[in-house]
Design a protein. Structure first.
Length: 277
């Protein structure tokens, strides 16, 4: 038994005065013509919202809401396309136009959610689409070694004709400064300690001078008389007798090591120990 309201609604549906609502779930629809109808309705709604979102003057919040609604309708369209295929209809995912999907742009690395129209230029979204420049490929060790030559180590720095004159000029300047400093220190010592004797000054000035009576031939000859006594050795020099005794001991040790047995060597060492040698 149907109520009066149900009978009234059915009558209006038959007359076409009441617009039928789209099912919330695509699985609730069991008729292929109606599924095709709901899919076309969704496509119409998506087209209207895509046209609206092109207006950047709507404001950030309105644009974000429109972009969310478009993505929601796209997911719903996909559900209806799956249902149409289940009911024996065409596979719109393969043969259907994808114009609406191509108008949106996905963030790299985040598949599924797309940005349309003015939503692509929203703060925080524009940076997501800016692709980082590809880093240059790293050179191998062999490629790096190709550029290494004598110039890399600085061996050709003097070939430019500029560095050598600068170094010579700086060298002259440093030498002049050192000489001036030495003269100033010498003058200060003279003024503080009094005037030096003439002999000391001459000795200081000609410290590296070579005397005429000295020669290379005379340097190697031993000096005689009083001059020879002024030289002395800084290390102990053995006499001829000590050298002969050391040679005899060394010869004895070589003969013992060559012909004596280990036991004889041990006895010899004990004898030396007992005798205190």
């Amino acid at each position: 038994c149907r109520t009066a309201l149900a009978r009234f609604r059915q009558a209006q549906l038959e007359e076409g005065k009441v617009k039928e609502r789209r099912p919330f779930l695509a699985s609730e629809c069991n008729e292929l013509p109606k599924a095709e109808k709901w899919r076309r309705q969704i496509i119409s709604e998506i087209s209207k919202k895509v046209a609206q979102i092109q207006n950047a003057g709507l404001g950030e919040f309105k644009i974000r809401d429109l972009n969310d609604e478009i993505n929601k309708l796209l997911r719903e369209k996909g559900h209806w396309e799956v249902r149409i295929k289940e009911l024996g209809g065409p596979d719109y995912r393969r043969v259907g136009p994808r114009m609406l999907d191509h108008e949106g742009k996905e963030v790299p690395g985040n598949r599924g959610y797309k940005y349309f129209g003015a939503a692509k230029d929203l703060p925080g979204v524009r940076e997501l689409f800016e692709t980082e420049p590809v880093p240059p490929p790293r050179k191998t060790r062999a490629e790096l070694m190709k550029d290494i030559d004598a110039e890399y180590y600085g061996y050709r720095d003097e070939d430019d004709g500029v560095l050598v004159p600068l170094e010579q000029e700086y060298e002259k300047q440093v030498i002049a400064e050192a000489v001036e400093k030495w003269k100033a220190e010498r003058e200060s010592r003279l003024s503080a300690g009094g005037v030096k004797d003439t002999e000391e000054e001459e000795e200081e000035e000609h410290i590296y001078a070579v005397r005429d009576e000295e020669s290379d031939d005379e340097a190697g000859e031993p000096m005689e008389g009083e001059d020879a006594q002024s030289y002395f050795a800084h290390v102990p020099v053995p006499s001829q007798k000590e050298i002969e005794e050391a040679l005899v001991r060394r010869k004895k040790m070589e003969l013992l090591q060559k012909y004596a047995s280990e036991s004889l060597m041990a006895q010899s060492e004990e004898a030396k120990t007992l005798l205190g040698l």
